[in-house]
Design a protein around this ligand. Structure first.
Ligand code: SF4
Length: 259
């Protein structure tokens, strides 16, 4: 149960149960018993909670590290309504990766993420990088919701502009008949084009393909980071050149507005 109602998501909308105080400990024990070395902690959006669930994330990180300090932890968090204190609560526990998905291009937010705000999501990623200097940040979005090439390139530039390190790009699939329809199935070659462009823009790790989801090969992405730290940072003027050249001839769609 989630306090929001995104147009692409099959999670039920309503008031979630109160937090289970023993959950962090239970999760930590499961991580230990399963001998996991990399975990992704995530949640629905808890707008009903004062801190958006930040202290619960923090407790879960602490509980896991108490039982096994070597486990790498990625948190895939909601936007916490842009509350900087809530974000700091999570970052104080020093997760290895902070992931927050932008999901789509800003024009489609009213249909795709009606209770979210594109700028607020970017600000969260930016602030996380400012607070946690060694923190790696990550985001992701879906293709096939009606976005056009130029909007995707702007999105890539925006994410790099806030220092985002890792990126996932996947195909949107309609999870239920009352959810947004798929506007287009994107060709694997187009995913590959975006992967290449994103890497050239300086992302340290990029997973892009029809079946890619937020946690796709997440541990491998972290391992790739040191290797790719030397990736070329392309100057802004040069980035602008990507708008016309690299994907030429790939048959990107004309504007198919959902509005
Ligand atoms: S905030 Fe997350 S869980 Fe809630 S409806 Fe949106 S995508 Fe689904």
């Amino acid at each position: 149960m989630c306090t929001r109602d995104c147009g692409f998501c099959a999670v039920e909308h309503g008031t979630p149960f109160p937090l289970n105080a023993s959950e962090p400990e239970t999760v930590a024990r499961a991580v230990t018993e399963l001998k996991l070395q990399y975990v992704v902690l995530t949640s629905v959006t808890r707008d009903d909670l004062q801190d958006g669930g930040a202290s619960h994330y923090a407790e879960a990180i602490r509980a896991i590290r108490t039982l096994d300090p070597g486990v790498k932890i990625e948190v895939l968090i909601p936007d916490l309504k842009g509350d900087p204190t809530a974000l700091e609560t999570i970052l104080k526990e020093q997760p290895d990766v902070l992931n927050h998905n932008v999901e789509t291009v800003p024009r489609l937010y009213p249909q795709v993420r009606p209770q979210a705000d594109y700028r607020r999501s970017l600000e969260l990623l930016k602030r996380a990088k400012e607070i946690g200097s060694s923190l790696l940040t990550k985001s992701g979005f879906m293709l096939g919701l009606g976005e056009i090439q130029e909007e995707v390139l702007d999105l890539l530039a925006d994410l790099r502009g806030v220092g985002c390190d890792f990126l996932t790009i996947g195909q949107y699939l309609q999870p239920r008949s009352d959810r947004l329809p798929v506007v287009r199935y994107v060709l694997p070659e187009e995913f590959e084009d975006y992967r290449r462009i994103a890497q050239e823009l300086g992302f340290k790790g990029v997973a892009s393909g029809p079946f890619v989801r937020s946690s796709f090969h997440a541990s491998q992405m972290l391992r790739m980071a040191p290797i790719n730290k030397m990736k070329l940072q392309i100057p802004k003027a040069q980035r602008a050149g990507y708008r016309s050249s690299p994907t030429k001839g790939r048959g990107f769609p004309e504007r198919k507005c959902l509005c």
